[in-house]
Design a protein around this ligand. Sequence first.
Ligand SMILES: *Cc1c(COP(=O)(O)O)cnc(C)c1O
Length: 351
Amino acid sequence: MNYLNEIFAKEEFHKLGFGKYFCDSVFVQYYSPDKGWHNGNISNKRHLSVDLASQVLHSGSDIFEGLKAFHNPNGGFNFFRIKDNLNRFNLSAERMGMPKIDVTTHKLIIEKLVNKEASYIPNKIGCSMYIRPVMFGSEPTLQVRASREFIHFVLLSPVGPYFGNELNCISIYVEQENIRAAHGGTGNVKTTANYAQSIQTSEKVFKLGFDQVLWLDAIHKKYIEELSGMNIMFLYKDKTLRTPSLSGTILPGITRDTIITLSKSLGYNVIEDQLDINQILHDINSNKIIEAFAVGTGAVVAPIGKLLYKENEYIINNQKVGENAQLIFNQLINLQHGIVEEDNGWLTNIK
Ligand SMILES: *Cc1c(COP(=O)(O)O)cnc(C)c1O
C-alpha cells in the first residue's frame, strides 16, 4: 500500500496503470447448500488459504465482473451501470452452474466496500476505482460437476487513464488459426476460461509487436467477433457505426451498449450485424471506414490504427486518433463522472 499512498499523495495517477495496485479492503463471503451465502465480511485479508482440491483448480468454475466508480463534481462518487454488471454476473453464474447473488445485496456490499476505500478513488477525469467481483468453486472435489461450495469476493483497484493522458492507437492482429468461442460455448459470459484459452495467442501477437488479437467466428473464420477483452466497432465516412451483433459467441459489453445509445444520440447511425472481415478490410482500403475502435470498461475507447490479416497490413486514419473516437471517449467519460446529464438511470450517486 505504500507505493499507492505515494501516488495519491503526489496525485501522480498516470502511474496507477490498470489493475496493478489493490486496496487493502476486500469483501469475502461463502456459499454452502444448507446455509446459502454466509459469513460475508469486509476485512483487509487479501490472502486467502484454499484447499488444493478446490473445484476451481480442477474444473475451472470461475466468473468475474469489471465495473468502475468515478469521482463526481459534487465531491462524492458514482457507479456507472452497476446493476447491469451485477445482472450479467448472475447470467455468468447460471451458465457456469454456479449460484446467483441477490443483485440488491451485491450492490450494497460494493457500495460499502468502495465507501471504505473512497480516498483511493483518484480525483481526476478518466481515472477511477476498478471493482472486480469474482466467484469460484471452492468445494474440495475432483469430480467434474457443479461445486457445492463457493467463495465470492470483491477486489478494488484504483486505476489511471488506460493510455496515460492522451488516447493512443492500438494495433490488431487478426487471428487465423485459433478461435475464441463457438456457438453454445461460453463466449457470451464472463468466465476466466475465455481469457485462459486466449493467452497463448495473445503472447504470440505481443511478440510480433501487436497489442491485441481480433478473433473471427469459429466456423467460417470469416466473421468478426471481438478482441480478447473488448468489443470492436468500425466507423464509416457516412457516420454509420458498425459492430458485430450479439450472436451468442461474444460478450455483451456494457461499454458497447452505452456507446450504441450514446452514438445514436450524437446523430450516428448504428448497425449491429454480421461483419465479414474481407468486406471490412476492403472498406478500410477504399477509405470508406475512417475510424475503428475497441471498447470496454478498462480502456473505455481504444482507437485502432492498424490491422494485420494474412501478412497484409491495413492502416486506419494514418494511425492517428480520430476525432470521432475522441468525441465518443470524451462524452462517455463525462457521463461516467456525472459531469453531463443522462436519463437512462446509468448512474448511482454515493454522497
Ligand atoms: C469484459 C469484456 C468485454 C467488455 O465488456 P464491458 O462490459 O464493456 O466492460 C468485452 N469482451 C470480453 C471478452 C470481456 O471479458
